[in-house]
Every structure is written in structure tokens, then in C-alpha cells.
Ligand binder design. Structure first.
Ligand code: EPU
Length: 343
């Protein structure tokens, strides 16, 4: 049975904390209830908002339709073959807690993704990534409910069409599929991915000559993230506010001619990923504030809810940042979080 709340305050369910209400709100605690949920008069597959940890959404105004918060729980080992262990987690599991559980199970693979806010079910949608690892590198399959066909199905890793902060779930699969659980391929052997700049330095400091364990890597990632990224429980934010832009080698070269120390990450197809944080920082925007919204002082890619920010504050701040970066570097920044309701 669903408890449908009307005109419900959804501010606490997002990490940025813009004030917002949903016309209707409920929680899903059991995947088997999905067919029944779809029959409710308040349900419309074209307008419903499936909410995970609320760490990648901004409610820019009250939400005029149904919001369903995924609150399913459960982690289980599915199978073991040699050193590869498949582990399934339900969509509503808190991502960081799940990562810590896999480490306690003696499994390696997700340690670089420690402390990313959000839920397991949201992780494939934007293919979360940090410190040289993307979740697509560890996903075996994604379990979904197909709203059109009213059937539970499993998508393989390749079905998900993963790319940088992108997947099938942001495009063709967007309205049709609800992610119910994700199965990860993890390993009983630690294959450290520890080359990423900051991480290599912190590990060298923490571990010396000893080769780092998966838990060491997780601890170092947490240490770095805590030093740069604000804790959403204390200061509202959505992590990176923009994707790192991918530009032509020519444009990257022309900027680098003026800024020899510009960070650049070559892509397989010859294009170059630039650091949005660096671009914003070059415009001297750290600490820049409009109303209650501001650019974080330790990481220019993070916008914070400094003092009861409104959606208008966030929109004005983001417009200003994009304009400054465009004028200085001729690069368009694209937000990483989803702005709701979408037009
Ligand atoms: N930099 C600056 N100024 C700043 C911050 C960074 O010049 O204020 C420079 C750094 O010196 C570095 C470069 O920008 O050379 C990149 O910075 P950083 O290593 O902190 O990573 P990022 O590109 O800003 C990405 C992800 C993060 C992830 C980190 C670590 C995106 C959009 N963001 O950030 O993901 O944690 O790498 O791997 O890809 C998120 O998606 O919410 C997120 C936090």
C-alpha cells in the first residue's frame, strides 16, 4: 500500500536544499510494488520524478507531479568465479555505505568511488566517477522495471551505453526504465588504481613503501574529498556543478599557449577534456556569491547553498559563471545536475 503525501516538502531529500514541494510524494520500499505504483491515479510515466539521494538534482520550483523516493535496501553476493565476485545492491542503498560494505566483504573495485553522495540506483545514470575510475568499469548489469511493458528486465553493461557522466538512462531509457538494482563485478584481489595526481601523493604519504590496500585507497579518497568538497549535511551542494568540457585539441592548444600549466586530459578520439574547476578558477570566481548561493572557496567546480539560497540565486550565479568562462575561453559549460521540473 502506498502512502501518498500531497503538497509534500521535499527540501530535505536533496543535498543542495533548495526549498521545494511536490504535488504528490511517496516512497518505494519493495520493487514488487512497482506495477501497483504505476496504476495509481497520481502516476504518469512522463512526469514522475524518481529520486535517489537527491545529490544530482536541483528543484528550481515546486514539482507539479509525483515524486517517488527509492528506499529499497539489500546487498547480496550473487556468484563467485575465480577472483571475480558479483554483488547486487538495491537501488535505494546509500552509495558510500555500499562501498564500505564491499570493502568489509574483502572486495576491491569501488574504493576510488568512496564518499560520492547519492544512492546505488543513481550511480549508473550519470556514470559516476572519481580518481581515475568510472562506475561503468565495475558494473556487470543493471536491473530495471520497464514501465511500458510492465516487466522486470536486466540490461548488460553494453546495453547501458556508458560514456563520461552519461548513459542510456539519460536518453532513450529516460522515462521508460526505473533502475531497481545494480550488479557489480568486484575482485578479491586489489588492483590499485592510484595514479591520479592527488591520490598518488596522499597514498605515498599514508602508506610509504607498502603497497596500498583497497581500504587504504578508500581512506585516502575520503581524506582528499573531505579536504576539498563540502559535506552536504553541513553545506548544501551537488558535488561538481558542471561537467568537465571536452574540446578540440586546437582549442586546448590555443588556451595552453597562454596558460602553460593548464590541466588537460587527452581523450581516445583526439579531443581533450579540460578541468571546469580550473576554467572557473581562472575567472577568479572562488567565493563569488549571488544571494545565498556561492562558489566554494576550496573547489571552484562546487556551488554551495551558503545562506538559504533560492533557485533564482542559483540560476543567476550559474549564468554568471557560464558567461565569464565563455567570454574568457570560448567554452560552454554544461551543468552536471538535472534541473527540475524539466521543460
Ligand atoms: N582546480 C583548480 N581550481 C579549483 C579546483 C581544481 O584549478 O578550484 C584544478 C586542479 O588543480 C586540477 C583540475 O582543476 O588540475 C581538476 O580538479 P580535481 O582533480 O579536483 O577534479 P575535477 O575535474 O574538478 C572531477 C570530478 C569529480 C571527482 C574529481 C576527482 C567531474 C565533473 N568531476 O572533478 O566528481 O571527484 O574529478 O576524480 O568530472 C562529481 O561529479 O560530483 C564529482 C565531485
Amino acid at each position: 500500500m502506498f502512502n501518498i503525501q500531497k503538497n509534500h516538502d521535499i527540501t530535505p531529500y536533496t543535498t543542495f536544499g533548495l526549498p521545494a514541494r511536490a504535488a504528490y510524494y511517496t516512497e518505494l520500499t519493495c520493487n514488487e510494488d512497482l506495477p501497483q505504483l504505476c496504476q495509481l491515479p497520481e502516476f504518469d510515466m512522463h512526469t514522475v520524478c524518481w529520486l535517489g539521494g537527491g545529490s544530482n538534482v536541483l528543484f528550481m520550483q515546486d514539482f507539479p507531479a509525483l515524486v517517488v523516493r527509492m528506499a529499497t535496501r539489500g546487498i547480496r553476493e550473487v556468484s563467485r568465479s575465480g577472483c571475480i565476485v558479483l554483488v547486487e545492491a538495491q537501488a535505494g542503498e546509500i552509495w558510500h555505505d555500499f562501498v564500505q560494505t564491499t570493502l568489509k566483504m574483502g572486495l576491491s573495485g569501488l574504493e576510488n568511488l568512496s564518499l560520492i553522495p547519492g544512492t546505488v540506483g543513481a550511480s549508473p545514470v550519470q556514470n559516476i566517477g572519481a580518481y581515475g575510475v568510472e562506475v561503468k568499469d565495475r558494473i556487470h548489469s543493471v536491473q530495471c522495471f520497464d514501465i511500458e511493458k510492465q516487466a522486470f528486465i536486466t540490461l548488460s553493461n553494453s546495453d547501458c551505453q556508458f560514456a563520461y557522466r552519461d548513459s542510456f538512462f539519460k536518453h532513450e531509457g529516460k522515462k521508460r526504465f526505473v533502475i531497481t538494482a545494480v550488479t557489480f563485478a568486484l575482485s578479491t584481489e586489489c588492483m590499485p588504481q592510484a595514479q591520479y595526481g592527488d591520490l598518488a601523493q596522499v597514498l605515498a604519504h599514508n602508506c610509504g613503501e607498502r603497497s596500498p590496500s583497497a581500504q587504504d585507497i578508500s581512506d585516502a579518497v575520503c581524506q582528499i574529498r573531505r579536504s576539498k568538497l563540502p559535506d552536504p549535511a553541513i553545506l548544501g551542494n551537488v558535488g561538481s556543478f558542471y561537467k568537465n568540457p571536452i574540446v578540440s585539441a586546437e582549442l586546448a592548444d590555443s588556451i595552453q599557449a597562454a596558460y602553460p600549466n593548464m590541466p588537460r586530459y587527452p581523450q581516445d578520439n583526439g579531443s581533450v577534456k579540460l578541468a571546469a574547476a580550473w576554467l572557473i578558477d581562472q575567472c577568479s570566481l572562488k567565493n563569488y556569491q549571488i544571494g545565498g548561493a556561492a562558489v566554494h572557496d576550496k573547489q571552484a567546480l562546487v556551488l554551495i547553498n551558503k545562506n538559504n539560497a533560492t533557485a533564482d540565486d542559483v540560476r543567476a550565479l550559474s549564468d554568471y559563471i557560464c558567461l565569464q568562462v565563455k567570454q574568457k575561453f570560448a567554452i560552454d559549460l554544461h551543468p552536471e545536475p538535472v534541473w527540475l521540473p524539466e521543460n
